[in-house]
Design a protein around this ligand. Structure first.
Ligand code: PFF
Length: 437
């Protein structure tokens, strides 16, 4: 459970959720997201954990064992973290750099207009910081302290939540913040579109670490006396709580400082807004330092989960031992991260359908690869193995499975329909038939 929470709660919640909510319609996105999480995300998490527990294997072995024809899902699932971790490290690098800046007295600098763009558009500085982020993850995996880090989380996570809560309260006292709160919470269903559903589904995959081999692997570790359903519910609930709090903090603050136009800032939203919040409060330099340090911890616990799957795959497929595998994956990650980080600077002209390299990478993973694996998993569970087989595993050791009916309907109908929709839309977009999201 702790491992699952460590993986789920990360940059996806604090950095990406607010910016997705801001971009895709505030309250309309929020409500759609909550529905997608409850009806689809949670059920998919249960499916993945159960497959992991039933087979005791990682993605490659698990899908191969369950059905020969579905073995390719394991391959895509194993490749997914290899694409995510590099771009995750770019953002992780930004967090590391902001933590460092705040810790070394640069709070006022960081609040200047243009600071974020000036930093991310450089060539070497962001590469250096993403290297630091990857090195920290690699070092922690090398000394084998994954368990230790999860325990750090027992303190860091509640501390982070309390801190964000306090900041939310402060943020709402800012002039103009209530208009932002209204935007974030009030749905306007006339604005609901396929775009909203696609965005909510992407965010669900990413935030819950689904269809990337991670939850499956953790399912194979989960103790037999732990309830799969309860563990998944707790992880999903905690993950959603952190996202909600991050939204409550960032979106009202953006509107307070920049008005509604501020909402369109995309990936920089958090990094541009929060330093201004900190600058406006007494003791803000210290608060900001603690905030970014805790955010760094959350990023690392997710980063480790992303790095672990490729490391395991490299060990399985080559003769390398753990040490060699970690080094190879770390070096590969930094190399693969270069286009993404340069996409904010010298390569910013290189866009596809209006997306810079970061946009392209996240499109590839959470619009194509993850939905593909999710679709395959739903068909495998819903139609080939049958939901009853999975339910029997969930109920082993006398555990209950209260959401079994929803689980069946989601695996057989809802997930296939929604995911086919997501995949077709994305294909049409990639082919230029409809404009990009
Ligand atoms: N769930 C993580 C986050 O929200 O930051 C990101 C992530 C981790 C995605 C692991 C996928 C994954 F396999």
């Amino acid at each position: 459970m702790l491992a699952a929470v460590g993986s789920a709660v990360g940059l996806g919640n604090v950095w990406r959720f607010p910016y997705f909510a801001a971009t895709y319609g505030g309250g309309t996105f929020l409500v759609t997201y909550l529905v997608v999480i409850a009806v689809f995300g949670l059920m998919m998490m249960i499916a993945e954990i159960t497959i992991g527990r039933a087979t005791g294997l990682g993605p490659l072995g698990a899908f191969r064992t369950l059905h020969r024809r579905f073995a390719f899902l394991g391959v895509i699932a194993a490749l997914t973290p290899m694409v995510i971790f590099p771009f995750y490290s770019v953002i992780g690098g930004w967090v590391t750099r902001y933590a460092w800046t705040f810790l070394t007295g640069g709070a006022a600098d960081a609040a200047q207009a243009g600071h974020f763009g000036a930093f991310t558009s450089q060539t070497w500085q962001p590469i250096l910081w993403l290297g630091v982020f990857v090195a920290v993850n690699a070092a922690l995996l090398l000394v084998g302290v994954r368990k230790g880090i999860e325990r750090v989380n027992v303190i860091a996570m509640p501390a982070f939540i309390v801190m964000v809560l306090a900041l939310v309260v402060y943020g709402l006292t800012l002039d103009g913040a209530l208009a932002g709160l209204d935007y974030f919470l009030r749905p306007d269903f006339s604005q609901l579109s396929l775009n909203t559903v696609v965005a909510a589904t992407r965010q669900t995959f990413f935030s819950l670490s689904l269809s990337a081999g991670v939850m499956l692997t953790y399912g194979s570790y989960l103790r037999k006396d732990a309830s799969i359903e309860r563990s998944a519910m707790q992880a999903a609930a905690l993950d959603t709580t952190v996202s909600l709090l991050a939204g409550l903090l960032v979106i009202p603050a953006v509107v307070a400082f920049m008005g509604y136009e501020g909402l369109g800032q995309g990936a920089g939203l958090l990094f541009i807004t929060l330093p201004q919040v900190f600058a406006s409060m007494p003791g803000g330099a210290f608060v900001g330092a603690v905030f970014f340090a805790l955010m760094f911890v959350a990023a690392v616990t997710s980063g480790i989960s992303l790095m672990e799957v490729p490391v395991a795959t490299v060990m399985e497929k080559t003769r390398l031992k753990r040490r060699g595998a970690v080094l190879v994956v770390a070096a590969g990650t930094v190399l693969l991260a270069l286009p993404t980080t340069l996409g904010f600077g010298v390569w910013s002209e290189f866009t596809i359908g209006g997306m810079n390299v970061l946009g392209q990478m996240s499109f590839l993973t959470d619009v194509i690869m993850m939905p593909l694996v999710g679709l395959g998993t739903a068909i495998l569970v819903g139609w080939v193995l049958g939901p009853k087989v999975i339910a029997a595993v969930v109920r082993q050791n006398g555990h209950r499975f209260r959401t079994e009916r929803l689980f069946s309907v989601t695996m057989r109908w809802i997930a296939p329909v929604v995911l086919v929709l997501v995949l077709t839309t994305s294909l049409l977009m990639a082919l230029g038939v409809i404009p990009p999201l």
